[in-house]
Structures are given as C-alpha cells and as structure tokens.
Design a binder for this molecule. Structure first.
Ligand code: UDP
Length: 317
C-alpha cells in the first residue's frame, strides 16, 4: 500500500512519514523544500520504501498514484506564510486541487491538514467544529486562514460532487522535535532564546492563549482519522485542550530549560488571535483519540532536540 505525503520534509510531514514507514507503508514524500528541511528526512531517506519527489504542487500537478494522500504542504508559521502570501494561497488552492484530482483518479482517500486558524480570532471559546470562525479576509494572516478555508471548501466540494473520501483535520498549535529553530513560532523561539541566554520575546502582554499538542499525539490522530471507517464527521479538531497563556508557557519552558525566565516585550502582531483551545469531543467519540503527552513531557523532549542541534560555541548551547 502506498501513501503520498505532501510537505514530507516539514515538521509534521516528516514525523508522519516516519510513522507510515514504521507501519509498513510505501511512502512518496512530496516537497518543494522551501520551508521543509532535508535533515528532517534523514532516517526516512535511508529506507528503501521511501522516495522523495521534489515538486512544487502550487505550480504543477504530477502526483503519483497512491492509496492514501496526506496533504500537508503549506508554509505554516506566521512569519513563513507572511513572507510568501501568494505562494501560501497557491499551494492551498491549486496545490489542494492537484491533490484532490490525483486522489480522484486513484480512487483514494485524502486527509487534508487544515488548521485552527480557520476560526480566526474566535468569538466562541473553546472552538467546536461547528463554529464558522471570525476571520479578517484581508489581514496579514488572511493568506493562510483563507487559503485553508478555501482548501476545506474545495475538499468538501469534491466529496459532494464526486463522492471522494476526504477527511479534514483542524490542527491546533503543535510542537516537538524537528520544529525549525528559525520558523518564528512561540515554543521554538523561546527555547532557542533560552539556550542562547537571551530573554524571551513576548508579543503584547503575553495574556493571549494557545493550546499546545505534542507531535506524536497529533500524528496518532492523523492515522486514526485516515483509517477510521468512512462516514465520521469532518472536519475534526485535533489538538490538546489544555490552554496556556503565552506567559504561562514561557514559565514552563524556562523550567524545562532550567533557567529563570526573563522577558522582552514586543508589539502584538496584527490580528493575533487572543485565545484558542479545541473542543475535541468529536475526536474522542469517533476516533477514540485524545492527547496523552503532557506539556511538561513534550517540552523535555523538545528541549533535548534543540540542545542536540544547537550550534557549538553559542552561549548556553
Ligand atoms: N508569540 C510570542 N513570542 C514569540 C512568538 C510568538 O509572544 O516569540 C506569541 C504570538 O503572538 C501568539 C502566540 O505566541 O499569540 C503563538 O504564536 P505562534 O506563532 O507560535 O502560533 P500561532 O499564532 O500561529 O498560533
């Protein structure tokens, strides 16, 4: 059985690839290597059941035939998608179209990696899948939010019109080993800053909240969502309901690093969501899934990863 993973060199794509290989799938990884990193696939590339195809999905079709398509390709951190808003819109629109067409030709199932960003700056809290969101369509985050909303709309249109088996995961903030140290997300930023002996950059007052899911929990959720019998509700939230303010997260990260937290305050980015936490009743009920790794355990593994890749000579590295 063959699975295609788009965005295979990314943080989530590479973990998913490793998991699929471990469970005896043949995997074709697709990546344009713009935000993905080959080092994430170091182990996969030694496996004869893995093949990497360098392809820019936003510009070209050309996906191989497979039994499962996991569509993860897209810049995902706010600095990354804001550096290339058109590329982000292209991969989520045309890229998604190419994946859905390939799946239709192959009569295969598709899992679309969507996001809690479809809820925008939510006025309903915590967020159930039934909430339609509160999104600024022309703000700095719109390329990602609206790109993913379009991708969801396209996926359900393929289901309605062609009967394609599509499953949509709305992913809430996920962290763990292989996050890029330069992608600008809060957990990677704070760990890298802490290892360099620098203060943590807090945007705004740090009272905005997020709910952080450890990567192995999320990948387990992907597998279940893809393999559960057809007919479960979709989209489905996948995330950890434990909600932390950015300041609380900072304190826990400082503890994991064994340092005293020091802060440097920066202006809050435009349209930065004030609060975010998933309702996961649907995943619990239909997938028997819930997160198992605590934030403290996940942080220990993530800090160990960042220590292992720290450049020698850097302060505190
Ligand atoms: N954030 C912060 N300092 C940083 C990076 C991010 O205070 O160095 C804040 C950011 O404003 C947001 C939260 O942390 O409120 C999560 O940001 P991230 O970019 O990780 O994810 P997203 O905004 O996409 O949820």
């Amino acid at each position: 059985m063959r699975a295609v993973v788009t965005g295979a060199a990314g943080f989530l794509g590479s973990h998913l690839t490793d998991r699929l290989l471990a469970t005896r799938w043949d995997v074709v990884g697709i990546d344009n290597l713009r935000t993905g990193r080959l080092t994430n696939l170091r182990e996969a590339r030694t496996n004869s059941h893995f093949r990497l195809q360098r392809l820019d999905l936003a510009h070209r079709a050309g996906l191989p035939s497979a039994d499962r398509y996991y569509h993860l390709a897209s810049p995902a951190s706010p600095p990354a998608y804001q550096r290339d808003p058109i590329g982000t819109l292209r991969v989520n629109s045309l890229g998604t179209l190419h994946v859905l067409d390939a799946a239709r030709r192959a009569d295969a199932s598709v899992l679309l990696a969507s996001t809690s960003e479809v809820y925008g700056d939510p006025e309903v809290h915590p967020q159930p899948e039934s909430y339609w969101g509160h999104v600024n369509p022309i703000g700095p985050r719109s390329c990602y939010d609206e790109g993913k909303r379009f991708a969801e709309a396209l996926a359900v249109a393929y289901r309605r019109q062609y009967g394609l088996d599509v499953r949509i995961a709305r992913i809430f903030n996920t962290y763990g080993p292989r996050m890029s140290p330069t992608d600008g997300r809060v957990i990677s930023n704070f760990i890298v800053q802490g290892l360099r002996g620098e203060p943590f950059t807090i945007y705004g007052r740090g009272d905005q909240t997020r709910s952080f899911c450890y990567v192995s929990d999320l990948i387990r959720g992907f597998e279940r969502l893809m393999e559960v019998a057809p007919g479960v509700p979709t989209p489905m939230n996948l995330g950890n309901p434990r909600e932390l303010s950015v300041r609380e997260a900072a304190q826990l990260i400082a503890r994991a690093l064994g340092i005293r937290a020091r802060f440097r305050f920066r202006p809050r980015p435009e349209d930065d969501p004030k609060q975010r936490s998933p309702v996961i009743r649907s995943a619990r009920r239909h997938l028997g899934w819930q997160p198992e790794v605590t934030f403290e355990e996940g942080l220990a593994a993530t800090v160990a990863y960042f220590r292992s890749i720290a450049t020698p000579g850097r302060r505190a590295a």
